[in-house]
Each structure stands twice: as C-alpha cells, then as structure tokens.
Design a protein around this ligand. Structure first.
Ligand code: AHR
Length: 504
C-alpha cells in the first residue's frame, strides 16, 4: 500500500516570483556542444538556418529557453573574441587547450547572437578575465553594444550587424578559484573590481551614457566554499549585480570520483546516492544565502547557479575531454529535485544554467549526425515551463527520508506556483524508486475543480533516449489527480516527475 501524505498548498502565503532564468542553459565550446550540437555550418546537409541546426532550434524553442550562457566555462578564459568575427574563411584555428580538438571559430559572436535570436532567448556572455585584459573586455563590450560611430561599432556593422546586440548578462571570471586562474578570493576580488570598473556599465559611476547595460556577474564559489562568498562580497560586492555558484552532482560529492558513476547501466544502489548528491543543492544554497543575507540584507545581489547538473563517467568509446554522457530517468529526477529547490530559494536564486545544452554532461539534447534525441532532462524542463516567472506558493507536504551511502534526503519534493496564465501548477519529483505516494493537499483558499497534467516515468531506472531510435521515455498524460473535499489528491507513482495544473 502507498503511504498517504497529508499536507497543504498555502496560496494565502505567496512568495517571490520564480525567475524564468532559473531554467537557463549553458553552451560551451566543449566537445560536441557547439560544433555538431548547435552549429553544422550553412553548407551542411543537416537542415539549418545560417549554419544553426533547425531541429535543435525547434526543440529549444519548445522549452522556452530563457537565457543561454556562452562561450564557457573554462573555455571562456582562453577565448579571444576577435578570432570569432569577420569572414569565416579568415578566422584562425586554435587548439582548444581545455577540452581538446581544434577550435575553428566558425561559431563566434555573430553566430551566437543569431542562435539566441532563433531560439528567442536572453544572452549571458562570459568574458575572458584570466588570459585577457580589461581592455580586451572593453573592446568586446563596445563591439557588442555601441550605438555610436566609433570604429568598433562600424566594424560590427561591416560584419553584418547594424544594430547593437542584445547583451543581457556578462560573467566576469569563471571558476576563478580553479580553471580561471587558481586565484585566491582576495586576489580575485581585486581583479574583479578592476574589470568591473572598466566594464562601463550604463548608469554606474562616471558611466551614465554608456550603451552597455548588461548585468555584471562575478565568478562565485565552488560547492560549499562560503569563505569565497564572504571575501568576494566584502571586497567587491558593490560592483556586482550577481555572483555565480557552481555545484555539480558527482559520485560521493567528490569530483575526483566522478568516473565511479555511470550514466546508464548503473547498479540500483547508485540511484539514491546520485539523488542524494543532487538534493545537497538545498544545504549548499542555504550556506551561501546565510552569508549573502549578512552582507547584502536587501538582497540586491542575485545568486546565479550558472553551472549545475550530473557529471558521470563519459560514454565508452567517446573522447574523455568531450564530456559526452547519456541521460536517464534518474537525470530527470535530478532536474525536478533541483528546480524545486530553486523555486524555494527564488528570492535569491535568480538564474541557473544547467550544464550543458547539447551533447555535454546533463544535456537537454543529444545528436548523432542528423539524428536528435530529447533527453529525460529535456522533458522535465518541458513540463516545468509554466513555472517561468510564476509566483511561488509554499507547500507543506512532509516526506519520509531515503538513505544513500553519503546521507539521507527527502523521498519527494513538491513545488507550487501561480503561473502567468493565472492557473496554479504543482510539481512533484518523487525520487523513491520503490514506492509511490498518495498526496492529499489542502487547497485552502485555492479554488479549483479540475486537475490535469503530465507524468514522466519508466519501468527501467536508466530509461533513456538515443538519437535515431524510438523513444524509451517521454511524458504521458497524468491520470492520478483529482479534486474533492477542498483537497488536491495526487497519486504519484514511484520514480516519477509529475506536473499538474489546477483550474476551474
Ligand atoms: O561544464 C564543464 C566545465 O565545468 C566548465 O567549463 C567549467 O566551468 C566547470 O569546471
């Protein structure tokens, strides 16, 4: 018999708006994310618009990708933006020192903004802070945003883009504690202040008339490194609009052990450990928020989790540096658990970027030549689109705890919000692989007579989709919901993600 869980949806206590940007993506010049995954070139037999794959654009438009971070990652700090502008045939070919292979620079600034326009998304550009100078950043920013008659704006026009590009966010530094220069927080904070000063953000001191109005994102901590957060906020907080956080789900929480976890064909015991590690996002956020609340009590500075997701052993036979991994029902749960956590922290977490969009780590899409597969993670994101810019509603639904090797975590998490369409949505991520739950949630002041939705589940723990093959896992209509006696009753299957809409 399934456990019955009594709880309540507290529509009388609405919370903050859940920024759509928490469903953001990350696309790096790494493996087959950009090349093959997004860019095939205008002469490719694979259907494309100005070199950008149409199937990928259609799939990403369908999940309303709100923002894309580009060009890295570690790659950003070896990137020279000038390599990626001008006639394609004249662009230099460089070694991709971080991830292997050759960088042709066929995909550069103009191609990225074209891609962003095609999928109708906001843009988040990571500048090179480690191996370039503030002057290089300043020139790129002027090239991107200048409306004037300066030479850089003229150069952009000559390269085919008359209007300034729409730059919404700019990352200053990436993993400055690691691949971005192995810096100390004190050193980074000084460097950041210098870059932020020459960033010339419109409206900042001395720069009332600049054309660049992008928000500045400082390179933030890794995992639970609250010292980094504290030192950087103390010394440079005034000059940032947001600070990033990177947290990956890896075996035993130890990146060095990442190869122990396989994406598919894993033992059943691995299920809980990975989902426990994903659930740790909650405590990681709490730790950083405590520091941020002390240093920035008015919550002016956003916390952008601009890299997160699962990191497993790469698929056998693929180049290890390309970080290509399959993606299963377990990853769909990681996504659901994580998005539910972000919803509950929406007052501070205003952007997140899953790593990465195509063919890398916990990808939305996998490609093989002209074939495309939508991953279970993609489908979680698809089901969660109503939560974009919705108003958070607290839910009280006490879950039993599940045990993993490294700790314990809630069997399921529930999230609710009033969406922009005026309807209330409830999402449940049930991580329990063995057991379903019957949720009986008091609707309180919420009116509703009808409930409908979708469920993502499968018989196999590692159900996944492969390009060119019939789909093994996709959302199906959810028939386990009803409303009666002022309660929402949800019959949630084991190992599933469910999203329902309440109306009527
Ligand atoms: O997402 C892959 C890599 O992980 C990124 O380049 C880097 O920032 C992080 O270490």
């Amino acid at each position: 018999a399934q456990d019955v869980i009594n709880g309540a949806i507290r529509a009388d206590q609405p919370g903050p708006v859940i920024s759509r940007h928490i469903q953001g993506q990350f696309a790096e010049h790494l493996g087959r994310d950009i090349y093959d995954g997004i860019w095939v070139g205008p002469d490719s037999a694979i259907p494309n618009t100005r070199g950008i794959r149409r199937d990928v654009v259609d799939a990403l438009r369908a999940i309303k990708v709100p923002v894309v971070r580009w060009p890295g990652g570690c790659f950003a700090d070896i990137y020279n933006w000038r390599d990626g502008i001008g006639p394609a045939a004249k662009r230099p070919v460089r070694k991709n020192d971080w991830w292997g292979g050759l960088e042709t620079n066929a995909f550069g600034t103009h191609e990225f903004f074209d891609f962003a326009e095609q999928i109708n998304t906001d843009t988040y550009v990571a500048i090179n802070m480690a191996t370039a100078t503030p002057a290089v950043m300043r020139e790129w920013m002027d090239y991107l945003t200048s409306k004037g008659d300066d030479t850089l704006a003229q150069e952009r026009r000559a390269n085919g883009h008359a209007a300034p590009f729409k730059v919404d966010f700019v990352g200053i530094g990436n993993e400055a504690w690691g691949c971005g220069g192995a810096q100390t927080p004190e050193y980074f904070a000084n460097e950041y202040r210098k870059f932020a000063t020459f960033f010339h953000k419109n409206g900042s001191t001395f720069h009332m008339h600049n054309d660049n109005s992008a928000l500045r994102v400082a390179s933030g901590p890794n995992n639970d490194d609250t010292k980094w957060m504290e030192v950087v906020l103390k010394n440079a907080g005034e000059q940032m609009d947001a600070i990033s956080l990177h947290y990956y789900t890896v075996w035993h929480g130890d990146w060095a052990q990442r190869d122990t976890a396989m994406a598919t064909g894993f033992p059943a015991a691995h299920w809980n450990e990975i989902l426990y590690q994903a659930s740790r996002m909650e405590e990681i956020l709490r730790g950083h928020e405590a520091v941020m609340d002390k240093m920035d009590p008015k919550k002016r500075i956003g916390l952008f989790v601009d890299e997160w997701g699962t990191w497993y052993r790469t698929e056998p036979g693929t180049e290890p540096g390309h970080l290509y991994q399959q993606n299963t029902l377990r990853d769909a749960l990681v996504a659901g658990i994580t998005l539910n956590i972000f919803h509950a922290h929406a007052d501070r977490v205003r952007m997140a970027n899953i790593a990465q969009a195509v063919n890398v780590l916990q990808a939305m899409l996998l490609t093989d030549g002209d074939k495309l597969a939508k991953t279970p993670t993609y489908y979680t994101f698809a089901m969660y689109t109503p939560f974009q810019d919705a108003t958070f509603i607290p839910v009280n639904a006490p879950a039993p705890m599940l045990k993993a090797e490294s700790g314990s975590f809630p069997a399921f998490t529930v999230s609710a919000a009033k969406a922009k369409d005026g309807k209330t949505y409830v999402a449940v991520a049930n991580a329990d692989k063995d057991k379903g739950y019957k949720l009986s949630l008091d609707l309180g002041e919420l009116k509703g007579t009808k409930v409908s939705g979708q469920v993502l589940t499968a018989a196999k723990l590692d159900a996944h989709n492969t390009p060119g093959q019939k789909e093994e896992i996709a959302p199906a209509p959810f028939n386990g919901g009803r409303i009666g006696g002022g309660k929402l009753l949800l019959d949630i299957p084991a190992k599933s993600v469910v999203v329902v809409k309440i109306e009527g």
